[in-house]
Design a protein around this ligand. Sequence first.
Ligand code: AVJ
Length: 326
Amino acid sequence: MAPLNSRDMPHSGFIQLYRRDDDAIRAELTAGLLADQPATSPKFLYDALGSKLFEAICELPEYYPTRTEKAIFDARLHDIAKSTGRGTTLIDLGAGNCAKAAQFFPYLQPLQYVPVDISVEFLKDAVESLRQRFPQIRMTGIGMDFSSTMELPPVVRREKRLFFYPGSSIGNFSPIEAAALLGRIREACQADGSLLIGVDMVKDKDVLTAAYDDALGVTASFNLNLLLHLNTLIGTDFHVRDWRHVGCFNESASRIEMHLEARSDVTVRWPGGVRRFAEGERIHTESSYKYTRQGFLQLLERAGFAAAQTWTDERGWFLVCHARVA
Ligand code: AVJ
């Protein structure tokens, strides 16, 4: 389906460039379910309930990334702001409720704030209340799938672009995909832009595993909810009780993997398809890559960024990088 033209919504301050393509979603999910090694993209974890469950995950004692990143931001706000400079065009990738970027406004004093998410609907309330608090900052919400293109509409200033990509969301991409995405961000930086990014680090296996297989079972619920979302999206007849959550660290690939494992032989049907899963067979639902400082700096360099400034917590569990174009 053709993307909406930005002129469709002239002065709203919101530009929706992405349109969901139901046929493409059905084709992608069907192919994933029928594959020799069944898999689904982690983006399907985030329906309305899934998004709430992810918010709950961020409150779990075992899930350290969100609070560790926040602690680094809080402790290093001045240093980070000194590195990024003021008067930037702050482009917030996966902005959601815009809260993480907003805490920087008083320090960064951006000229323009551009929250980007798949749907501008997610952004509207957050941006409206931010406009009240920071009337001097130009705000333009953009609905686009930035994992496929980083081409921004002309309303986004080209000067002093600062891409903000927190939360270790980059971890959902394989290193090859991540390098490609970072490369597209590098291009969109023009000559004078930079990137402020948060990334989760390799650490003790037990700490990592607990963060993705918590005692309350919230991560299990988050993962299993994918089945309900698939039932809605493509009419599968998954029963949550037939499946169990698996969260494990794959050391050789340096990634957490989430899977859904069939508790017994299960047949899943949907309009136009059927798949039989043997007991113990798994659907791979997410990978979350973990980096060393050196490994991530190499990735940034491969993507065309120069040596980055980095900040971490005292345990070295999470890394915040500010990288300029090379
Ligand atoms: C949103 C991709 C950063 O990988 O830690 C949390 C998602 N999955 N618990 C992560 C997630 C299971 C999260 N990211």
